[in-house]
Design a protein around this ligand. Structure first.
Ligand code: SF4
Ligand code: SF4
Length: 180
């Protein structure tokens, strides 16, 4: 009897799972809506950062930008942020590739580095709550806004956690360049 080689039926194209856009597109190829949705709303990049004048190393503090809402972890005036806070960095694909201090959990940095988004990212979980539930956001960790501290108090506010990824087993998830 002739052997029959069974070939599994192929699902119709309409039933194939679509590849999420962040896995198949480069930062440059994202639509404006896709670009905005990559932000997980953690608020880590809105923490005040200090630069070591000798080494150039960037250190995160637990002090929020004047416009950071420490409860929602969102900017209080996103559309006019750069008029109100001139040194607020506007993220572009070029900036994401150049900035050394983006947190290791940042959606832009993950896509930049060819990595997938984690379970708690709103694009994966379907809800903005998970970025808080997973302990990624700055909620409950901000000591105040920059107006509330004198310059000589700032070094005492340096913290490690914005440069760390609690999901990572890799001790190198502590970013040596920034977010320390
Ligand atoms: S660190 Fe990245 S993901 Fe988090 S708020 Fe800033 S831009 Fe968005
Ligand atoms: S102005 Fe808004 S977006 Fe810019 S750092 Fe401050 S809180 Fe964040």
């Amino acid at each position: 009897m002739a052997k029959a080689r069974l070939t599994p039926p192929r699902p119709p194209a309409s039933l194939k799972a679509a590849t999420p856009f962040w896995r198949e597109k480069t930062l440059e190829a994202l639509s404006p809506e896709e670009w905005e949705s990559l932000c997980d709303g953690c608020g880590r990049c809105c923490l005040l950062k200090l630069e070591d004048e000798d080494s150039g190393e960037i250190h995160y503090t637990d002090i929020g930008c004047t416009l950071l809402d420490a409860g929602t972890c969102r900017c209080r005036d996103y559309p006019r942020r750069q008029r109100k806070v001139p040194d607020c960095v506007r993220l572009t694909p070029e900036a994401v590739r150049a900035l050394p201090w983006l947190p290791p959990t940042c959606g832009y940095r993950l896509v930049r580095d060819g990595r997938d988004l984690p379970w708690w990212h709103p694009l994966v979980s379907g809800t903005r709550r998970t970025v808080h539930e997973a302990g990624i956001s700055v909620r409950g960790k901000v000591s105040g806004t920059e107006e509330e501290f004198e310059t000589d108090e700032l070094p005492d506010r340096i913290v490690d956690w914005p440069g760390q990824d609690p999901d990572s087993k890799d001790p190198e998830s502590k970013d040596p360049q920034g977010g320390a």
